[in-house]
Design a protein around this ligand. Structure first.
Ligand code: SF4
Length: 252
């Protein structure tokens, strides 16, 4: 009889050293957030959801799509698909058709099926409320996990999408990869402000500090190292000039 080999204990993930923070940078970062909060009183998630699972689904769908479009799709989708089992067992071609309007629907359908199967196999169909478990699910990275933790569970988290990355870079708060930016912002702000900072940066990146920034009307112009980055203010958006598909959605 072959003796069972005891499973090797998993290597503990090495804790990253906390980033040393320059007090002047921290003071400026906090002044920026104090300014952004009243400038964006509507900060918070714009994806519609009524439970953590719906938010997880919506956030996966929101990749490379605008939140408004995702909400249009999920209003119908969430009536038809209510549980992870509904997605995991959806016949090939049907789920794809139901989410087609979100773009990249083959890839997204595959991610939804695999994520739902993971929830059923490992978590009894419930969305876990911790980072490690969430990122273990197929198609769920730290950004998606942070959005779900913050918006559905109220767990402090910093989500770094392309807007947050752009704003953090231009404001000179962090010039790293998404994981590095997440760590920098976590070090610059108290935990209680992580969710608020995420959404204020997202909205600032969407509305003012866009790829072509609107520095003359920026609420943190005097706190920014690049207050004159705008060469010319972009033309106001009109239905005719608006691109059919935005570069990124909220959840990014
Ligand atoms: S001043 Fe310009 S570059 Fe700086 S944060 Fe504002 S919009 Fe962005």
């Amino acid at each position: 009889m072959v003796q069972a080999v005891p499973a090797r204990p998993k290597k503990k993930q090495q804790a990253r050293r906390p980033t040393p923070v320059d007090p002047a940078l921290r003071a400026r970062a906090r002044a920026i957030l104090r300014r952004l909060v009243p400038a964006y009183p509507d900060w918070g998630p714009t994806l519609e959801f009524s439970n953590p699972f719906e938010l997880l689904v919506a956030t996966i769908l929101a990749a490379q799509a605008q939140d408004e479009r995702i909400n249009e799709v999920t209003r119908t989708l969430f009536r038809k698909y209510r549980t992870p089992a509904d997605y995991a067992s959806a016949p090939k071609g049907v789920l794809e058709r139901d989410i087609k309007a979100t773009g990249f629907f083959n890839m997204k359908a595959k991610a939804l099926r695999a994520m739902s199967a993971g929830l059923l196999e490992r978590f009894g169909g419930e969305v876990p409320g911790d980072m490690e478990s969430l990122v273990g699910l197929h198609g769920v990275g730290r950004k998606t996990a942070s959005i779900v933790l913050g918006a559905a569970f109220g767990v402090p988290a910093v989500a770094v999408d392309r807007h947050v990355a752009r704003v953090a870079d231009r404001l000179g708060l962090s010039r790293a990869d998404p994981r590095g930016i997440e760590e920098s912002l976590r070090a610059l702000y108290p935990k209680k402000d992580w969710i608020k900072a995420t959404w204020c940066f997202v909205l600032h990146g969407r509305r003012i500090c866009r790829p072509t920034p609107m520095c003359p009307v920026c609420p943190v112009n005097d706190l920014c190292p690049y207050p004159k980055k705008t060469k010319a203010l972009p033309a106001p958006r009109t239905p005719r000039s608006r691109p059919r598909r935005a570069a990124s959605g909220r959840s990014g």
